[in-house]
Design a protein around this ligand. Structure first.
Ligand SMILES: Cc1ncc(COP(=O)(O)O)c(C=O)c1O
Length: 398
């Protein structure tokens, strides 16, 4: 199919639920994507944060190839060698005490599992999430997601949900009741536009949860596995989750999600209470095992920290030099440049110039590049942005 036919066919036959960007992408390698015309893009979308180790990492490709030839599906009711290896690996990397995993296939599914585990463990029904939160779009995950435009058409959602103001411990104190099973949070809010918590906030949340017997679900689906310059974003604030949610980069590009919890907590889920046909399938486990091996052996979080600091400095310089920008912020390679206007034009122009960038809402450019991105590539992105911002400045001046 040619470019036009591909676009028309997708538009005609697939639900129109994605805000489409211009290219037809057909190939990826490392930090680069290629479109159907052979044009190359530096990928700062990173598959919405999935491509931590880069696209088609040779070790992940090799693991998937080998596993494809050996065994592609194996239900959780049968033991499996690769799944056992992954279980050992993942529980050795996650924060201490979280020594049991439940494997699933996506971020929203991980959040569903976390909500169910918290209800069963505490015998309570309620949840407190935060303003600006994003935890996915299945009905349970959507119930703890803030965005009205996502929620409103699909109600009624789960009852007994309250939203506390992100960063405001007094408000959280008011919202947590005797029926609260868990507080759920992202250590850094991603979809909301990359917002870091106030310095003491996460410690206070932990203390509040402990004092009220409430579980703390930490959603590291976007922040986890090195993205923010530490293996877990929670480490920046010494935060210990009761339930950790993972997905996105966990499968190196193959769908994979997980929750992790302490043995005592996970033990409340009994046979048949939360299963999934594909959860923990050998193909995803092999991909995940290879991905975690790469992240660990190459200490990718250290690269994210170094390159992220360099990129943030560059974005801050751009913010200082242009009147159309408002703020540069973020941690590691989870970065944002907030603009004073709708970013649609600049996003499309960036694609034209060979840079793929993500959006958060209408006015935030979000950068989630593979953690292997090099300083020279960051420089290229910054130079192109500089030119595009100058054009926007002059449009507004004129
Ligand atoms: C923090 C967070 N939680 C949950 C999700 C939902 O993940 P999925 O799209 O795999 O369902 C996302 C996706 O962007 C996310 O960023």
């Amino acid at each position: 199919m040619d470019e036009g036919t591909i676009k028309r066919t997708e538009d005609r036959h697939l639900a129109g639920v994605y805000q489409k960007m211009p290219p037809v992408v057909v190939r990826g390698q490392g930090v680069h994507l290629w479109d159907i015309n052979g044009k190359r893009y530096i990928d700062c979308m990173g598959g919405y944060g999935v491509a931590l180790v880069g696209h088609c990492h040779p070790r992940v490709v090799e693991a998937v190839k080998l596993q494809t030839e050996r065994l592609m599906t194996c239900h959780g009711s049968l033991y499996n060698d690769v799944r056992a290896e992954l279980a050992e690996m993942i529980t050795s990397m996650t924060p201490k005490g979280l020594d049991m995993a439940l494997l699933c296939n996506s971020g929203a599914e991980a959040v569903e599992a976390a909500l169910k585990l918290a209800r069963k463990r505490t015998g309570r029904k309620g949840f407190v999430a935060f303003t600006g939160s994003y935890h996915g779009k299945t009905l349970g995950a959507l119930s703890v997601t803030w965005g009205q435009k996502y929620r409103e058409p699909f109600g009624p959602l789960l009852q007994d949900i309250a939203f506390a103001k992100y960063g405001d411990i007094d408000d959280l104190q008011l919202k947590v009741t005797r029926d609260t099973a868990a507080v759920i949070l992202e250590p850094i809010q991603g979809e909301a536009g990359i917002h870091l918590p106030p310095p003491d906030f996460l410690r206070q949340v932990r203390e509040l949860c402990d004092s009220r017997g409430v579980m703390l679900i930490v959603d590291e689906i976007q922040t986890g596995l090195g993205r923010t310059g530490r293996l877990w974003a929670s480490e920046h604030w010494n935060l210990k989750p009761d339930i950790l949610c993972l997905a996105k980069g966990l499968g190196g590009g193959i769908p994979m999600g997980a929750i992790l919890a302490a043995q005592d907590d996970m033990a409340v889920l009994k046979v048949g209470e939360h299963t999934s046909t594909f959860g923990g399938g050998p193909l995803a486990c092999a991909a995940s095992l290879a991905t975690l091996n790469v992240i660990r052996s190459e200490k990718l979080w250290e690269q994210a920290e170094r390159t992220g600091r360099f990129m943030l400095e560059g974005l801050r310089k751009l913010n200082g030099a242009h009147s159309c920008t408002r703020e540069a912020r973020g941690l590691g390679l989870m970065l944002a440049l907030e603009m004073r206007f709708d970013i649609r034009d600049i996003l499309f122009s960036a694609f034209e110039r060979g840079v793929a960038i993500l959006y958060s809402g209408k006015n935030v450019l979000r950068f989630l590049p593979p953690l292997i991105i090099k300083k020279e590539e960051v420089d290229e992105v910054l130079a192109i942005l500089d030119e595009l911002l100058a054009v926007e400045d002059s449009k507004r001046r004129g």
